[in-house]
Design a protein around this ligand. Structure first.
Ligand code: UD1
Length: 341
């Protein structure tokens, strides 16, 4: 029996998944990507291979294709599963809730069935700070009440509970749900990053696409919030730090006393939209075309993480600065423009 620690990474060709594959490999784990490329480009695999200077193990399969996945689970002794694969656009989830329920619940059910069947002991789930809704107290800690204001948020909240109830029914499997704050940035090489399909929903991809000329102008969604400069505040975390949190989570699970837990993954610092725009201009020297527009429906004024649990339990903290994240995203935007020509 191999003593290699094989980790199945569903959605491993996606934005956070691909960075996590790099972090896993750089920390001695052996990632196996399971992705059906519905929301990622196949050339991510080649770029990962060039960064790692070795072949990447990947399978083009959806999580709900259980017979195919059974083949993968039988082929390797699997140490753990990191489950990223899911739909993630809030607005789209409001329009197509059933599509979100089908994919986000169905994929998780498949993965839980498989880890039970193959006796896989460690499970890491991608959750989101969206489960806090509009928090009464910030920074938010893991004991803050959870709620949801979209079908997407609902799937994350229910997914966390599904995992907890499932864990009750089995012995020996341990699971952790990581509640991500706002991931930004790209790999330092600029070769792996966030490449949204169509018009970006998220702030930094919209900024970089505007700066490079793909979008006309950035609209800042409201400057009349009850915050110091009137724009919303978020906890932007470098994707490479977030990726390392998954390595820390797997390391933690190996010796964990609790069989299931939830942990915030953020920096603990809030940054406003206006600050982001200013940092971008300062870091890149690009004059950004922006205007102040109306508030976006569903946006909350302010949220950032209490990170004590991640620091203490996972022995992890965010190391990279917001400016590093911004300049790596800009590097990636320029790289991908040339790459897609
Ligand atoms: C969004 C999702 C959240 C998800 C997260 C993942 C919503 C309501 N929430 O969070 O569930 O987990 O992405 O990354 O969609 N902004 C602008 N102009 C833009 C785009 C954004 O001003 O063109 C502002 C927004 O108003 C917000 C901030 O930038 O204040 C960050 O927005 P975004 O990147 O979309 O993240 P969230 O809304 O925090």
């Amino acid at each position: 029996m191999s003593d290699k620690k094989y980790i199945i990474v569903t959605g491993g060709a996606g934005y956070i998944g691909s960075h996590t594959v790099l972090a896993l490999r750089n920390n001695g784990y052996h990632p196996i990507i399971v992705d059906d490329f519905r929301n990622a480009n196949k050339d991510v695999i080649e770029r990962l291979e060039s960064l790692l200077d070795e072949e990447v193990i990947y399978f083009s399969a959806a999580c709900q294709e259980e017979p195919r996945l059974r083949g993968i689970f039988s082929q390797f002794p699997i140490h753990g599963v990191i489950h990223f694969a899911a739909y993630k656009a809030v607005g789209e989830s409001v329009e197509k809730p059933l599509m979100y329920f089908d994919n986000n619940f169905g994929s998780l059910i498949s993965m839980l069935e498989l880890i039970k069947e193959f006796n896989v002991k460690h499970f890491v789930f991608s959750s989101s700070c969206t489960v806090y809704g509009d928090p009464k107290q910030i920074p938010v800690d893991e004991n803050s009440p959870v709620s949801y204001n979209s079908p997407y948020g609902f799937t994350k909240k229910v997914n966390e509970e599904m995992i907890e109830q499932f864990i009750e029914s089995v012995s020996e499997i341990k699971a952790i749900s990581l509640r991500y704050f706002n991931p930004i940035g790209a790999h330092e090489s600029g070769k792996i990053g966030e490449e949204p399909d169509g018009i970006p929903n998220n702030l930094l991809p919209f900024i970089t696409q505007t700066a490079i000329g793909k979008r006309e102008e950035l609209t800042i969604f409201g400057d009349d919030y009850d915050t110091p400069d009137g724009t919303c505040i978020r906890d932007y975390i470098h994707v490479a730090d977030l990726a390392e949190a998954h390595v820390a989570a797997l390391n933690y699970l190996a010796d964990a006393n609790d069989r299931t837990t939830v942990v915030n993954v953020g920096t603990g610092k809030g940054t406003s939209v206006m600050e982001m725009v200013n940092y971008f201009q300062e870091e890149t020297g690009v004059d950004l075309n922006y205007r102040i527009g109306n508030r976006r429906e569903g946006d909350i004024p302010s949220i950032y993480a209490n990170t004590s649990k991640a620091n203490n339990l996972l022995n992890w903290e965010a190391k990279r600065s917001i400016r590093e994240a911004i300049s790596s995203s800009w590097k990636f935007e320029q790289f991908i423009k040339e790459f897609r020509k």
